[in-house]
Design a binder for this molecule. Sequence first.
Ligand code: CMP
Ligand code: ZN
Length: 763
Amino acid sequence: MGSSVSTKGRSKQAAPPRNRVHTETTASDGCIDVPPGRKSPRPDKRTSEPAVVVEQDAVRGQSRNQRQHIGSLKPTPTTVANSGEKNAVENDTQGCSVQPPKSSSSNESVSGKRLTPRKKGSPPRRQGPSKEDLTMSLELCTDNLPPTDSLEALEKASKRIRKICTFLQSRGNVPSNLLKRNLHYIADVLEIVATDDASTDSRKSKVHQETKNDPSKDRRFIDEDDELSEVEPDAVPMEVRDWLASTFTRSASVTKSGEKEKKTFRSIVQAVRAANLVDRLYRRMSTSAVTYPPTVMKLFKSLDDWSFDVFALNEATNGQALRYVTYEIMMRYDLLAKFKIGVGTLFNFLEALEVGYSKYQNPYHNLVHGADVTQTMHSILFQTGLVQWLTDVEIFAVVFSAAIHDFEHTGETNNFHVMSRTETALVYNDRAVQENHHISAAFRLMTDDNLNIVYNMSKDDYKDFRTLVIDMVLATDMSYHFAQVKQMKSLLSCPDNIDKAKALSLVLHTADISHPAKNWTLHEHWTELLMEEFFRQGDKEQELGLPFSPLCDRKTTMVASSQIGFIDFIVQPSFEIMSDMLDKVVAPISPRGSLANQSSATISEKVEAEGSPQNGDQSEEPFEFKVDRVWDGHLTGNKVKWKEQSTKDQAEKEAREKAAQKAKEDAEKRDQSPLDDKAEEKKDAENPPKITANGTVSPGNAVDLKVKPSTSPENDDQVSTKEEAVGTASPEHAEKRTTEEDKPGKIESITVKSVTKRKESGV
Ligand SMILES: Nc1ncnc2c1ncn2[C@@H]1O[C@@H]2COP(=O)(O)O[C@H]2[C@H]1O
Ligand SMILES: [Zn+2]
């Protein structure tokens, strides 16, 4: 059957109206041309394109003559209005109307003669504005104020309040137009401070720049660290704390702008009611262009589940988990039909994504991680009902962001890029280095028509799509973690105003760090892979002469305790705040009885047969909605496992340290009391090294061998030094030593050493 899509029963309310007719604009208007469509539809060698592709190409044919323009990010009107020169002097009169206070002009004639007697003691009135009027107008001029989201704005706003107070005190009034303009400006600045942590952070970062030579002012901006200071010193080892601090806080923030327009969930809730569920959710085309192998079909039955096994899928698809997962999810959300995406084009794009994810052969940041995060996002959207609040463009942006979020990851941390001064760090000025690259490189792929899955999007949809993708993927930069959590906390205190982009960014960030909240088998496997990736970075750091980054030294990293720290201080708080956010935003429109027991693959059929699942609930009383926090149990369970592991690691470590300490003390004692040597050597003679049947040397003799440096040069290469003695006390070294001593030559030399010593001492 063809894949033409029926719109029967689908409400058009969900998606914003699409403007399919684009008027020609010039490059000078700040817009970028979409590359023209490919010259003629080429048959795709890799996949056969069914009817939907014909449909797409027909659309392409149409739009080829009407070249679309993609809107670039333009400053918002507010920014433009306030974008005066940074250091503009306040008394710049440009554009300021200097008007005298009304009260004085009404008493004066055109000739300037006084019509009413002046009160005794009051200042002489002059025609036109007085000098004070002029001063006031200049000082309260709003034309060249700094942008409301800049560092200077806050300072300027407070100064303005003081000035207004002074004028009110000295003159009794301030002209209403001046007062109004100033108060508006001050209100804008305060609103940003109160609601937009990103801009506060950027301000803090600027303060940091300005005050770095003045440590007394530093407390003004260090509050992300405050989050970390809540971490009790004894709760995690110092190494883990350092790692948390260096990875999950920012020394320089990403300045986010252009978020003036605050869409709220509730407004969308009102616009998009439950009836649209059918529309949105998983209108699977009756025939798919792809036939899945039976193993894949079976695995896809649990595609909505939190415990979906992405490793199994990767095996079943011969290492192509990302393309399968993304394609299937996009089909379930009916995105191919909604955005006229050709199957061939989508496959080309997904294949290119997989190539990019495989570029550096990373153990962790590879296409399986991309597939995992994409599936996890889908599971959260679907199981909690969050998807009901999203427009088609937003659903597409969410799936796309998850799929591309680590595209061409190099397997190193951002900090490594900065420290080793890579090309990418240079390009992105050390800020969100990799995240910027993932986004840029993924969008660059789509400049090739054969990969351009957004080709048929309207200009407006594309703009919204691109903005949301950029916001979401940039927010996966871990140094933004604490700011993000804090920001959501403050947004939740006023849930009517939850910013959609911020909410979705938090969901993606949480999905990105979600494996500790999955079952132990999955989590343990992911951790192993990630640690190997970290250790490879450590190896590179060693080669480059750089200090080890936290958790990157394969010899000393305490995996279990780092995982406890990661879960306690990063993962659990992220899930908690995300769950709280979901409770608040999903509750108002959630149908009684969630979708949790249904499958995204079959929901549309059920709905068609039974009507909307929400129909019967419309008249019922509101009920308290809570998302099913399926992740909580796993987080607790996994932590218990790591604690057991950590206890074991700790015991082993202590045993090693104790043995090393003892060996060190013994060696020191001997160094300090050369007179005791005779006694030692006597003991040595009484207790000669025992060679066991399999050729190893008994531990007691190892201590004997650590006695003192040789006094005769010819024995230098035979007698162990103190350092070696200390080193050999650890099980690791003991093991190494035993292996080496297994060699016949080595055992002989040990025997010789003892014999030599005995000879020297004359025993
Ligand atoms: N179990 C873990 N332990 C430590 N760090 C982790 C763990 N899981 C994920 N991360 C980090 O969290 C980051 C999230 O973004 P990335 O996937 O780019 O890279 C991830 C890792 O650097
Ligand atoms: Zn990731």
